[in-house]
Design a protein around this ligand. Structure first.
Ligand code: ADP
Length: 449
């Protein structure tokens, strides 16, 4: 929707509310609900928010230790600058449209370096300066529950009952029983201008997946964020909870968000070479070699919480190793569309809790490093790659945090301030988890310790 179309819709009385949003560190939409009249009269230029919003944890606490903002610095303002190319209807909410904002420094009006959208834009600029367009797609997995968010929270998040009683991978019968949720999700997102390809049942009880057509990297991250938000809201409207927690139960498979990617030059797929035995161009081999070499460096951005690491379990379709293979779902990286123009690299490490801007920026930075260093790609692994213990994905958040902190590649690509900011975010998660006494410890040790 263009700004002019918005003005017409407001004049016609079709739109009365504009959600002015930005994306926080956790990949969530934060912002304000504007009266549409006020938005088109002036607020479209800019609005403001408290700068603690890019330094919170999931629960909106204000942990200390961030250089950019603190109690001592008085928690000032950021400028939220609407990107008017992102105006779109939110058809599941009456009379409502939304716009995404870039986050700017209040005084200089420069982009805030640790804002997720700005981090991705910086890496996109680098690949564009090399003459390429990055196209990406994310695949969103999540679980749907019989009860609502409020019922589940009031029940202390216990006795969680998925909406179905059996593995519904590609299942038409079971997914028909979820159409009161999934059909509005597909249709509303489509009508919001998000190119939904399909939804499908996934390989667990109550697990669904939504596929969105690949697009320019920034659009893909925007689509992912809006779709995730819409899925939560539409499920809530239908009286159900959904979760994007990557591992909500140790005996269930986890939820991922695989990222597909390819580089293009002048509208042609630059990853394709018909003369190569798999159809991979030299450029693609360098890029993939970079993604593999530096995967530990950006693992934090694909798995940002304590829980994220519980997904990496053998025999669950989640990867455990940083290796690549051809159309093999047990590896961290999978070559898809080999021998065709649709050739692409799928990174299977990210969980459904990733912030897509950060994960995609990490992958791009690694791929760029692979091209710049002229890295050679090893031969693909074959067979069940769960068997083997080389190239393991960092095993927990502490290890991913330490590797991120020491990453020369990411410090050069993102800047020291950004790496330090997110290293602190990882520490906050670890410190809080270490402080809290969990149900697990109590039930294991209460009588028997
Ligand atoms: P899968 O076997 O993983 O289900 P799909 O055929 O459903 O594979 O494609 C997965 C995703 O890959 C889709 O979102 C699709 O839009 C995306 N995709 C297809 N071609 C490309 C490409 N050249 N670059 C990036 N993503 C692509």
């Amino acid at each position: 929707m263009t700004f002019d179309e918005l003005k017409q819709a407001v004049a016609a009385g079709e739109v009365d509310t504009v959600l002015v949003c930005f994306v926080d560190m956790q990949g969530r939409l934060m912002g304000k609900r504007f009266h549409a009249g006020h938005f088109i009269n002036g607020a479209y230029e800019e609005t403001h928010c408290c700068n603690y919003l890019l330094a919170t944890d999931l629960m909106m606490a204000t942990p200390d230790g961030y250089e950019s903002t603190s109690w001592e610095r008085g928690y000032g303002d950021y400028v939220m600058k609407p990107d008017l190319t992102t105006i779109r209807p939110m058809p599941w909410l009456e009379g409502t449209v939304m716009v995404l904002c870039d986050v700017l420094d209040h005084h200089t009006h420069e982009e805030v370096p640790h804002s997720p959208r700005s981090i991705l834009k910086k890496q996109i600029k680098r690949i564009e300066a090399m003459g390429f367009d990055a196209k990406m797609a994310t695949e969103l997995e999540f679980f749907v529950f019989a009860k609502s968010f409020d019922e589940i929270r009031r029940g202390g998040f216990r006795d969680l009952e998925p909406i179905s009683g059996y593995n519904e991978d590609y299942h038409i019968l079971q997914t028909s029983r979820e159409e009161h949720i999934m059909r509005p999700i597909r249709n509303h997102l489509w009508n919001a201008g998000i190119p939904i390809e399909n939804s499908k049942g996934e390989a667990e009880t109550g697990q669904e997946e939504v596929n969105i057509k690949y697009d320019a990297a920034l659009n893909t991250a925007d689509y992912h964020t809006i779709a995730k938000h819409a899925i939560k809201e539409i499920a809530w409207q239908q009286g159900h909870a959904v979760t994007f927690l990557p591992k909500w139960h140790q005996d269930k498979v986890g939820s991922s968000s695989h990222v597909h990617q390819s580089l293009w030059k002048d509208g042609k797929p630059a990853f394709f070479d018909p003369d190569d035995k798999l159809g991979m161009s030299a450029l693609m081999k360098n890029y993939m070699a970079g993604m593999l070499k530096y995967a530990p460096d950006y693992t934090y951005f694909m798995a940002p919480y304590i829980n994220s690491y519980k997904r990496f379990m053998k025999g669950t379709f989640a990867p455990t190793r940083i290796i690549w293979s051809v159309d093999n779902r047990t590896a961290g990286f999978r070559l898809c569309g080999d021998g065709t123009k649709a050739i692409r690299a799928e990174c299977r490490i990210p969980g459904s809790d990733m912030n897509p801007y950060l994960a995609m920026a990490g992958m791009l930075a690694a791929g760029i490093a692979g091209i710049e260093e002229g890295l050679e790609l090893q031969e693909p692994s074959v067979g069940d790659v769960y068997q083997g213990d080389t190239g393991m994905i960092p095993g927990n958040l502490q290890s991913a945090r330490d590797i991120l902190h020491g990453s020369k590649m990411l410090r050069a690509a993102f800047g020291d301030d950004v790496v330090n900011h997110y290293t602190r975010a990882a520490e906050v998660e670890i410190e809080e988890f270490e402080r809290v006494v969990t149900d697990y410890e109590v039930s294991r040790g209460f009588e028997l310790a």
